[in-house]
Design a protein around this ligand. Structure first.
Ligand code: GAF
Length: 390
């Protein structure tokens, strides 16, 4: 749906014209998984798929959110009272699906003393849901840049990262880090964004796939995941335990020498969890070094080593993700790994541009032979971060 079509759909739904349309992208994490909540390094980039919000401030007390995913009967408008929202987030913890992310962002602005007016919001998104491509952060970030402008708060992008992170952690209740919101708000087309989650500094790193004759495929296994419960929360707890047992504030302070010296202080599982974080941080730094030196074609083995670490040490992969990675490598990919939180979602494969058809065919065949649903495979390039469309 084009921004103009979304604007027309908004007017149909609310009998008012929107004040504007803002959008924010999903992301692929090139490398640096589960390091963000350990004050570590990561290197994501924005994908072309985006979430769009058409927004109009009103002078009533209502936050009314609708989506383009269905008509009023199939997907009714969610109406929340703004006054109650500011007073007690738990009143809306049960609000369905997307509405929680939108309401959470309004709530996080309010918590900072920035008064959000009544709002009408129509949401459209091209980012596949539950595919590990950060569809929820895209929604948060699109509304955050809209509210930043409409309330004239003029916060800088790093503060908006913080606002969206608060919405996700404290309103929605998912214990995630800042990776997804940083990628969505801070990305620059043609680049990866190198995040240091300890001091919150970021910098673009060149990632011009075409100039190196390369392509990046996203392989959505169509096994969906959620981060509010289960394995993700459990991994966060393992890292907290590891840091406590090692006597450090965050796992960023741990290197392989310290880990080897203190291995006996950790149970076997915690040791493996910590080892993933320590080695993953080193892999991000190595990848950034190669990209800075113009050696994009040499990062493949690091991506593949990252996958092995997530499969064996962090144990967040799945049979489908492993199969996607293995089939890609067998068909000639120079590197492949799962991306995002894991337990389903998507893998990425870095492939010579002329080799994408062979990789697509091999992955599809591997899934079909196991009787799994056909994966969605598409090529992506690093796109722009969040912006106003009209
Ligand atoms: C999810 C989370 F939202 C991120 O904060 C990050 O931890 C990621 O999983 C794993 O790297 O996308």
């Amino acid at each position: 749906m084009t921004p103009d079509a979304l604007s027309a759909a908004f007017t149909d739904r609310f009998a008012l014209a929107p004040a504007g349309i803002w959008s924010a992208p999903g992301r692929v994490n090139l490398i640096g998984e589960h390091t963000d909540y350990n004050a570590g390094f990561a290197l994501p980039f924005a994908i072309e798929a985006r979430a769009y919000v058409a927004v109009r401030p009103t002078d009533d007390d209502e936050l009314a959110c609708a989506t383009t995913f269905g008509d009023e009967e199939a997907a009714p408008t969610v109406r929340l009272s703004r006054t109650e929202l500011a007073a007690d987030s738990s009143a809306f913890a049960g609000a369905g699906g997307w509405a929680r992310y939108l309401a959470g962002v309004a709530w996080a602005f309010d918590r900072r003393g920035i008064t959000v007016p009544g709002l009408r919001v129509l949401l459209h998104s091209d980012v596949p849901v539950g595919a590990g491509l950060s569809s929820s952060a895209a929604v948060e970030c699109a509304l955050a840049i809209a509210l930043n402008e409409l309330t004239e708060a003029n916060l800088d992008r790093t503060e908006l990262v913080q606002i969206c992170h608060e919405a996700e952690n404290n309103f929605v209740g998912a214990p995630t880090g800042i990776l997804d919101q940083s990628a969505s708000l801070l990305s620059v087309a043609g680049s990866g964004i190198f995040l240091d989650c300890r001091d919150r500094t970021t910098r673009p790193v060149p990632l011009d796939l075409a100039a190196h004759g390369l392509a990046l495929l996203i392989i959505d296994t169509r096994v969906t995941h959620a981060h509010e419960s289960g394995g993700y929360r459990d991994r966060v707890a393992s890292c907290v335990r590891g840091a406590r047992l090692l006597g450090v504030e965050t796992l960023r302070e741990v290197d392989l020498a310290l880990l080897a010296a203190r291995a006996e202080d950790l149970d076997e599982e915690t040791l493996r969890r910590v080892r993933h974080i320590v080695t993953e941080n080193a892999r991000v730094e190595e990848t950034v070094g190669l990209l800075d030196a113009g050696l994009l074609d040499q990062i493949g083995p690091i991506l593949t080593a990252s996958h092995a670490s997530m499969r064996d040490d962090y144990e967040i992969s799945s049979s489908e993700l492993d199969a996607a990675v293995e089939a890609s490598l067998r068909a000639g990919a120079i590197g492949a790994r799962m991306t995002g939180g894991g337990f389903g979602g998507s893998a990425i494969a870095l492939v010579a541009a002329e080799g994408t058809d062979a990789v697509r065919a091999a992955v599809r065949e591997g899934f079909a032979s196991r009787g799994w649903a056909e994966p969605r495979i598409y090529e992506t390039v690093p796109g722009p971060g969040a912006h106003r469309d009209i």
